[in-house]
Design a protein around this ligand. Structure first.
Ligand code: KDG
Ligand code: MG
Length: 408
């Protein structure tokens, strides 16, 4: 089973996606997701210009060897562009291996360790009424765990809160915008720290003690501010507080950890196991937030999650809309197979994306399942993809009231 052709497909149904298609000399097709939100074309170029020529003629069964070859032969290691490109190759090879074995991928990874994957949905609102309506909508859809994001009095636009009706879908928050320059948002840490505990108090009073609630701080606090927020949220029993500091400095989490028992999740912008080295061995976190797409694929994620398992740290695989259905499916197969599954984010793609990516994973009664098609169970419809050419898009960025650029 040698690789005969490799092609990079960039399409923009509801948003931009970069997909790698590998075809073998015996006619099998494998898919990999290489989408890096707001920087899509750099990964497409890395693949097309530097990786595709190296793949032709390689034995598609040699997944570990191909991973090590791409990682080490580049000399320049790590980084989101490199690791997304390697991830796409790795996932496409796992898709091919599972197809050639005639099995869904999770069977090759050891088989199912559970019946379904608890998923959390996103709820947000500009005020309490909107937030409660949004939570009820997710509960009606079947979600049993909810991420809560809200506007902050005095701040115009806040991460995770959907725009007013008419500007985007009623259901979905999408931060990347199809505009020529990044949108500027504003930020005020003191206003945020005052407001968020009041929101969780109101949500607990309305929805009771059982519902698992999550919150994404999106990298905006210093360690001592994050420690305070974790303490202030303890009465509301969060499932996790996510990305509370910008954790290039892994030791920052040590300070947060010393002050609070609120569980900590981090890692959606990490791209290798090394970004977690201190966090895992010193047990400074509870959940690993990497996406298969951004962390070198199934091969690297399996090693990362097995390492985390030795310290009772669980998975919380990243599943926003900028992970394509191919990347989502890869995460779901891994989730089903590993022992230390925690929770899976599920933001749900729009109808146009679902027409381009035919998928067989299911969501029922709050649980995702990757399905039982051979391979990943996702096929890209190239004719449909061609109807949606790439459109430049950017994530927003933040400034403080005095004009200083802040973490977004
Ligand atoms: O591309 C950026 C998004 O994926 C990110 O902002 C989503 O933080 C996010 C989350 O937790 O889903
Ligand atoms: Mg996040």
């Amino acid at each position: 089973m040698n690789i005969a052709t490799a092609a990079v497909i960039v399409t923009s149904p509801d948003r931009n996606f970069v997909t790698l298609k590998l075809t073998t000399d015996d006619g099998l097709v494998g898919w990999g997701d290489a989408t890096l939100n707001g920087r899509e074309l750099s990964v497409a170029s890395y693949l097309t210009d530097h990786v595709v020529p190296l793949l032709i003629g390689r034995d598609a069964h040699r997944i570990e060897d191909t991973w090590q070859f791409l990682y080490r032969s580049a000399y320049w290691r790590r980084g989101p562009v490199t690791m997304a490109a390697i991830a796409a190759v790795d996932v496409a090879l796992w898709d091919l291996k599972a197809k050639s074995a005639g099995m869904p991928l999770y069977q090759l990874l050891g088989g199912a360790s559970r019946n379904g994957l608890m998923a959390y949905g996103h709820a947000s609102g500009r005020d309490q009424e909107e937030l409660f309506d949004s939570i009820r909508l997710r509960l009606d859809q079947g979600f049993r765990s909810i991420r809560v994001q809200t506007s902050i009095p005095g701040i115009d636009a806040v991460y995770g809160v959907r725009a007013p009706a008419g500007q985007e879908s009623e259901q979905h928050y999408e931060p990347a915008q199809r505009i020529a320059r990044p949108m500027e948002e504003d930020w005020d840490t003191r206003a945020y720290l005052r407001h968020i505990p009041t929101v969780f108090e109101a949500v607990r009073n309305e929805f009771g003690p059982e519902l698992p609630l999550l919150h994404d701080v999106h990298h905006r606090l210093t360690p001592i501010q994050a420690a305070r927020l974790g303490k202030d949220l303890e009465p509301y029993d969060l499932f996790w507080m996510e990305d509370c500091t910008p954790a290039e400095n892994q030791d920052a989490l040590r300070l947060v950890r010393q002050h609070t028992t609120t569980p900590l999740a981090i890692g959606e912008v990490f791209n290798t196991i090394w970004d977690y080295q201190t966090l895992i061995k010193d047990q400074l976190i509870d959940y690993v937030r990497s996406a298969v797409t951004h962390t070198g694929g199934i091969t690297a994620m399996r090693k990362l999650l097995d390492y985390a398992a030795q310290y009772q740290i669980k998975s919380g695989i990243h599943g926003p809309t900028d992970i394509s259905p191919v990347g989502m499916a890869a995460g779901l197969h891994l989730d089903l197979a590993i022992h230390n599954f925690g929770i899976q984010e599920y933001m749900q793609h729009g109808d146009v994306t679902n027409e381009v990516f035919r998928q067989s994973f299911t969501f029922e009664n709050g649980y995702l399942h990757p399905g039982n098609e051979v391979g990943l169970g996702v096929e890209l419809d190239e004719e449909a993809a061609a109807r949606h050419p790439y459109q430049p898009a950017y994530l927003p960025y933040n400034r403080l009231k005095d004009g200083t650029v802040h973490d977004w």
